[in-house]
Structure formats: structure tokens, C-alpha cells
Design a binder for this molecule. Structure first.
Ligand SMILES: *[C@@H]1O[C@H](CO)[C@@H](O)[C@H](O)[C@H]1NC(C)=O
Ligand SMILES: *[C@@H]1O[C@H](CO)[C@@H](O)[C@H](O)[C@H]1NC(C)=O
Ligand SMILES: *[C@@H]1O[C@H](CO)[C@@H](O)[C@H](O)[C@H]1NC(C)=O
Length: 408
């Protein structure tokens, strides 16, 4: 009996140790977030363990675990007709609001889900519910893209999938078939999906066509650059759930088909040091000393190494590819970008990616709505329904939908 108590206490203390994480008091519902983070870490640790023993790639295990709990078949409900189909060979899920009496054209939204180019999916419950909410709230046809993921696909394949679906969707006959007003189409995405959404917009500009067919872009805590892992937000939120800095660095390396052995190298900004000539010019485009207001910079200092690790650029040339890091696009392209909404969260390593992009777009003359959440954390918008409900999740979702409704 005594022994059982000792075991129980030991187990409880171990669990508490695993779950407990000091969090800022101003973050939305810290205890709930702690538990959510522990569940995520547990799934990650389990995947790494399976990977370690050489059974299956850890991302496949993680995908399986999240998919197991989170998959949803295409089920229409009273207000939204849901269909799985393909555009240009790439699977998509269409959410079509049912307006029985209304014969006028609807608005259109292309949605690109997040998940580090590795996780998530148009068929996942959280994204399915988000797209339903957008379809209903905006009375828009939402096309959610099921692009290929890591470890099966690497950059630029995710990007190309998103680009191909976008080009297919923008064809007049496709829009007409879906009863969409071709002058009222938006592209949108969260996290890695925000990266793909804006990279696709920029590509349409570089291709010299079709960008005028996109009225708006709406980016939710987007990932926008791989050149500086020491922005004030990367420094401030280094250990913040659910996206610590080293996890983001690993997603980046994996996306760009580089080895994880470079994690410490990139975290030290050794890939954009002064002895790497290409880096110097590009770093000006993400110079946060001039792009961010001083209140955001706080006491943080830029990390610019005089000498770095040039071999990493030979190994991973995509580090300087604008299709991977849309923040470093030249001003001439940015001038042609559509009206933009950028949502950022205070407790997110990617906060400054979004804030710097907002500033660069504004400087190029683009109309930008910045929507910053002081109690937000990375990924919060998909936690807006039971059982994973956070008040900041619901507030971010509502603001986003309201902006789309008022501007599209
Ligand atoms: C990724 O790198 C491996 C070799 O390390 C190579 O075989 C493969 O083609 C690369 N994939 C892409 C998409 O570049
Ligand atoms: C960044 O901007 C600051 C302030 O305008 C300037 O002093 C610094 O030289 C710039 N750094 C780079 C790498 O362009
Ligand atoms: C960064 O580069 C310097 C100079 O080459 C090297 O001494 C240092 O070990 C590197 N740091 C990392 C973490 O790669």
C-alpha cells in the first residue's frame, strides 16, 4: 500500500515536471496552454522514439497521431456543402455555402493550411472547421489546398502545388462553374500556409500575369524568412509553446532539404554572416533595427556574425530563395501586391516576420491591416472550438472572418 503511494506521488511529480512550464501571465489561458503543449511534446517525443528505433520517419508518426484524432470526412452540413475533388491533379476540399434563394455570385477564398510544411491538412478537423466558418461567415466558396507534405515533398514542391491550384482556380471557367465573382477572390493561409499564400502572390507578379485577379491576401502568423533566427520575437519566445525556436529551425531545414546537423549553425545566424556576400544585401531587407518600432525591439540586440559557416549555403542554396522567404522580395514586386491583412501574436517566434513584412509592404505603398494579439500564441486560431478552445483562438478567428467579410 505504502509502495503504491510512493509510486503515485513519483508519477504525479514526474507528470507535473513534464507539464509545468513557466509562462507569461498575460498569455491567453496559461494552464490550458501548458497541458496542450505537454500533449504536443508527448506526441513529438513518441514520434522521435519510433524514428530512433528506425521504424518510421518521425513526421509520419506525428502525422498519423494528429490525423487519427483529427481527420474528418467530407460531410456537408445544413449551411455548407463540402466536396473533395482535385484541381490540376492536386487534392482540394471545397466548402460551398448553401444560399437557397440567392442567385448572385459569391466571393472566393483559397485557403492554405499551416503545420510546418509537414503536418495539418484540408481534411483535418481543425482546418475543416475553420474553412466552414469562413464559408459561412463570408458567404464565400472556400477552396482548401491539400498540398504534399514533408517528408515526401520538399521545397519547392509544396510551393508548386499551391501555385498550380491557384492558377487553375483563377481560370474564368472554373470560377464561373463555382458561381464566384472573379473580381472578389482572396488568398489566405496560416503559419507555413501564410508563407505559401504570399509566395504564390509574389510568383504571380513575377510571372507577369494573374495578380490583378487576386483582390486580397490574408496572412495568419505567417512564416516569412529563414535568414535571421534572432529577431526580437525569436529571442523573446525561444521556448514558447507550441512552437519553440529550435522546432521552427528544424522545420525550415527539413523544408529546404538540408540536414538537421545545421540547427545550431542557423540558430547562431552563421548562415547569414558578413563573410557570405549574398547575405549582406539581403539582410538589409530584414533589418529589424530599422523595420520594427523600438517598443517591439526592447533590449534585444541584432545577431550578425563577422565569420560564419559558408558551407551551409553550398549545402542549402534555397536559403536565399525568395520563394521560400517572401520577406526578402524586392520592393518592385511588393508594390504590386494586393491589399493585405496580417495577424500577429505577441508570444510567437514568428511575430516579427509578420511585423517586418507589414512594414515593407506599407513602404511599397500597399494597404495593410495589422491585427496584433497581445495575449496570442502561435497556432491559436485553430483552437477556437471545443475541446481545444482558447478565448484568443475565437477572437483571432472572428477578427479574421470579419476583415474578409468587410474587404472582399
Ligand atoms: C533532397 O536531397 C536529396 C539528397 O540529399 C536528393 O536526392 C533529393 O532529390 C532532394 N530533393 C529535392 C526536392 O531537392
Ligand atoms: C540596419 O539598420 C540600422 C539602423 O537604420 C543601421 O544602423 C544598420 O547598419 C543596418 N544594418 C544592416 C545590416 O543593413
Ligand atoms: C559559427 O561560425 C564560426 C566561424 O566560422 C565558428 O567558429 C562557430 O563554431 C560557428 N558556430 C556554429 C554554432 O556553427
Amino acid at each position: 500500500m505504502k509502495c503504491a503511494w510512493v509510486l503515485l506521488v513519483a508519477f504525479a511529480s514526474l507528470s507535473a515536471y513534464y507539464v509545468y512550464l513557466p509562462l507569461p501571465s498575460t498569455i491567453s489561458e496559461p494552464w490550458k496552454l501548458m497541458v496542450l503543449d505537454a500533449v504536443f511534446r508527448c506526441a513529438q517525443d513518441l514520434s522521435n522514439l519510433v524514428h530512433y528505433f528506425g521504424f518510421v520517419h518521425h513526421l509520419r508518426v506525428l502525422s498519423f497521431i494528429t490525423g487519427f484524432f483529427d481527420k474528418l470526412d467530407a460531410e456537408s452540413c445544413e449551411n455548407v456543402k463540402v466536396t473533395d475533388t482535385v484541381f490540376d491533379g492536386i487534392p482540394i476540399r471545397i466548402f460551398d455555402p448553401v444560399e437557397k434563394w440567392d442567385k448572385t455570385l459569391k466571393r472566393g477564398v483559397l485557403y492554405i493550411h499551416g503545420g510546418g510544411w509537414a503536418l495539418g491538412g484540408a481534411r483535418m478537423r481543425s482546418y475543416d472547421q475553420l474553412c466552414r466558418a469562413v464559408a459561412e461567415g463570408v458567404n464565400a466558396v472556400v477552396v482548401s489546398i491539400e498540398y504534399r507534405l514533408l517528408p515526401d515533398a520538399h521545397f519547392p514542391e509544396q510551393f508548386n502545388d499551391a501555385l498550380h491550384v491557384t492558377k487553375y482556380f483563377l481560370q474564368p471557367h472554373v470560377l464561373a462553374e463555382l458561381s464566384i465573382d472573379s473580381s472578389r477572390v482572396a488568398i489566405s493561409g496560416d503559419s507555413a500556409g501564410g508563407n505559401l499564400a504570399t509566395a504564390v502572390c509574389q510568383q504571380l507578379i513575377r510571372d507577369g500575369n494573374a495578380i490583378n485577379k487576386i483582390k486580397l491576401q490574408a496572412l495568419i502568423y505567417p512564416v516569412l524568412q529563414v535568414l535571421d533566427f534572432n529577431t526580437p520575437s525569436y529571442q523573446q519566445n525561444m521556448d514558447m509553446p507550441i512552437l519553440p525556436r529550435f522546432v521552427m529551425a528544424k522545420y525550415w531545414l527539413h523544408y529546404l532539404n538540408g540536414s538537421y546537423k545545421y540547427v545550431d549553425t542557423v540558430l547562431a545566424n552563421n548562415h547569414t554572416s558578413f563573410d557570405i556576400s549574398q547575405a549582406v544585401a539581403l539582410r538589409e531587407r530584414l533589418n529589424w533595427s530599422s523595420l520594427l518600432p523600438s517598443g517591439i525591439q526592447k533590449h534585444y540586440k541584432p545577431v550578425v556574425q563577422p565569420m560564419g559557416t559558408p558551407e551551409v549555403i553550398q549545402e542549402i542554396p534555397a536559403i536565399f530563395d525568395v520563394r521560400a522567404s517572401p520577406l526578402i522580395a524586392e520592393k518592385e514586386s511588393l508594390k504590386l501586391m494586393p491589399k493585405t491583412y496580417i495577424l500577429t501574436c505577441e508570444f510567437d517566434v514568428l511575430r516579427d516576420d509578420g511585423l517586418m513584412y507589414a512594414k515593407r509592404l506599407e513602404d511599397a505603398g500597399v494597404e495593410v491591416t495589422r491585427d496584433h494579439f497581445e495575449d496570442g500564441f502561435h497556432g491559436c486560431m485553430i483552437f477556437a472550438t471545443w475541446p481545444l478552445y482558447f478565448s484568443v483562438g475565437a477572437r483571432t478567428r472572428d477578427n479574421y472572418i470579419k476583415w474578409l467579410d468587410e474587404n472582399l
